[in-house]
Design a protein around this ligand. Structure first.
Ligand code: NAP
Length: 514
């Protein structure tokens, strides 16, 4: 069994005290042990701020981008090993594991390219300069500079590789050092990734640190120049945000939390048509990929009354062929959920949904034998307008619910909005009026809207987060925003307005006087 150590203050350090055990969720076999007890977290933060921060700020965007490029190459070189670990420790099928690991590589590459484009600059020029007085000499210009703290990244269990990489890419490119803390249950992938990066000596001293095991009082140690980017449950996010130091010091916090993502089938997308098939494929993929443990997975399936029975029957038919089992076997389509706690949570959630709806497929009943397996569950709600649990409880597993609506765009939008803020919802229609009504109705409640279309080649569906587009959402989803190309650097930079003589400012920002 491997003992996982943290990489803090430029060294591998082992915690003391009773360890937490990491297991294979398919077999319950122990794979690793970890403890963060006794580690000096305050010293680790100081080291990151002082060493890592200074080193990164001395580099240009192009140089920081080159570091990200090297990180992606190092991951690519050891991709197979990382995939094997994701299968063993995350319950991922090989395809699920690729989704995580390749997503991490792609995101690092994407931010490496941004760095190359930004070239020799060390800070961002934000918009055009403005004339402030009668004479053009009195000038204003906004810039964005890296904050002088440390970016603490706390991640959820479902994407150990992507979670570390997507957050680190934006922060490192912005010029901020990172201390990353993966969720404990699936930490083997992030831990190995860190070992690879340290072995290859890619990053400057202090630029990237890793804390494995319990977070202890890490968020309580942050100050006004630090950033905390958290991904996980809404409850933990709320607790962190309310910490006295976070409030008192105005610590910048980004929360990516729960989401009841919806897929809306338009009345024009009749069963049998290409649009309908695209919709069906996306729903079935989202229900079973990573055993439904994706923050972006479709949870609510909105269907016009007239097509509801056909949709239900087609989804049930699709789910019948999903082979649940050992994720290391090629024929397996869906592995277990990540932990016993997660399994208990999913069962409890299905029970809540069942108090108002009924199962069209599957159940929360134990599957027997070792491992944290559960069948996909498709629930049906006769009266979407009256149901409450389906709009309030994210069941983080292979679970989705069918909701009927009248065929009017405004009705569908009103039902979607009851989720009170989400990461992404999708609409499948070519009817311009319907699309306009739904998009206008749901846009304020989301970070992203996916407009499904059969002609988009190799469409990844709504569940894939792309580095070029923002990820996050209002309300229940935490109110955060990550990625989105250069927008992702906003969290890690301070916008400051320069006000003064135009030639002086232009010299400072390296612009050609004009
Ligand atoms: P969680 O219990 O909130 O844990 C998330 C992370 O927070 C873990 O690293 C955990 O560490 C850490 N943590 C727990 N308590 C903490 C505290 N008091 N202070 C600081 N850190 C703390 O969530 P989860 O059950 O692992 O994740 C599932 C949830 O994440 C789902 O609700 C899902 O929607 C959400 N999620 C959201 C997104 C998104 O992008 N919006 C992506 C993925 C998942 P330990 O593991 O050591 O306890």
């Amino acid at each position: 069994m491997k003992t996982l150590r943290s990489f803090l203050c430029g060294r591998w350090l082992e915690g003391s005290g009773a360890p937490q055990i990491l297991v294979n969720p398919a077999t319950e076999e122990p794979l690793g042990q970890v403890s963060s007890e006794g580690l000096d977290l305050a010293a680790a933060l100081v080291y990151s701020r002082d060493r890592g921060g200074a080193a990164l700020r001395a580099l240009s965007f192009a140089e920081r981008g080159a570091l990200l490029r090297e990180m992606s190459k190092a991951m690519q070189a050891q991709r197979d090993e990382l995939l094997d670990l994701a299968v063993a420790n995350g319950g991922n099928t090989r395809s699920d594991a690729k989704f995580d690991v390749d997503g991490a590589i792609f995101t690092l590459q994407s931010y490496a390219e941004l760095g190359e484009k930004l070239g020799p600059a060390k800070f961002l020029v934000d918009g055009e300069g403005v004339q402030l007085g009668r004479s053009p000499r009195f000038h204003g210009q906004h810039i964005r500079v890296p904050r002088h703290g440390v970016a603490v990244h706390i991640n959820a269990f479902n994407f150990p590789a992507w979670g570390l990489a997507e957050k680190a890419a934006s922060a490192l490119l912005a010029g901020m050092p990172v201390l990353s803390k993966p969720a404990t249950s699936s930490a083997l992938v992030a831990h190995r990734l860190m070992e690879i990066l340290v072995e290859k000596k890619i990053l400057p001293d202090g630029a990237l640190s890793l804390l494995v095991g319990a977070p202890r009082d890490l968020p309580a140690l942050l100050g006004g120049q630090d950033v905390l980017a958290f991904t996980g449950s809404g409850d933990t996010g709320t607790r962190i945000r309310a910490l006295p130091n976070i409030v008192r010091e105005s610590v910048r916090v980004n929360v990516e939390a729960d989401s009841l993502n919806a897929a809306v089938l338009g009345p024009d997308a009749a069963p049998g048509g290409d649009m309908y098939e695209t919709f069906l494929k996306d729903v079935l993929r989202d229900m079973t990929q990573k055993a439904g443990q994706k923050c972006t997975a479709i949870r609510r399936v909105l269907v016009p009354e007239a097509h509801a029975t056909t949709v239900r029957d087609d989804i049930v038919e699709g789910l019948k062929s999903v082979r649940v089992g050992d994720p290391s076997l090629e024929e397996t389509r869906m592995g277990p959920v990540a932990s016993s706690a997660q399994l208990a949570d999913v069962r409890e959630g299905v029970g809540k949904l069942a108090s108002e709806g009924k199962a069209a497929f599957g159940s929360a009943a134990p599957l027997g034998g070792k491992g944290f397996f559960i069948s996909p569950v498709f629930m049906e709600f006769a009266k979407a307008a009256l149901a409450t649990s389906v709009h309030a409880r994210e069941v983080f597993g292979p679970v989705a619910s069918l909701l009927r609506y009248s065929a009017r765009g405004a009705d569908a939008a009103a039902i979607v909005a009851r989720g009170n803020g989400g990461l992404v919802s999708s609409v499948y229609s070519e009817d311009a009026e319907f699309l306009e009504e739904v998009v206008a109705g749901i846009a304020p409640y989301h970070g992203r809207i996916f407009l499904g279309h059969p002609k988009i080649e190799m469409s990844p569906g709504p569940g894939t987060v792309l580095p070029q587009l923002v990820h996050g959402g209002p309300g229940r989803a935490g109110g955060g925003e990550e990625l989105g190309g250069l927008r992702g650097l906003s969290l890690y930079t301070q916008r400051v307005a320069l006000e003064g003589s135009r030639p002086v400012i232009q010299k400072l920002i390296g612009a050609t006087p004009g």
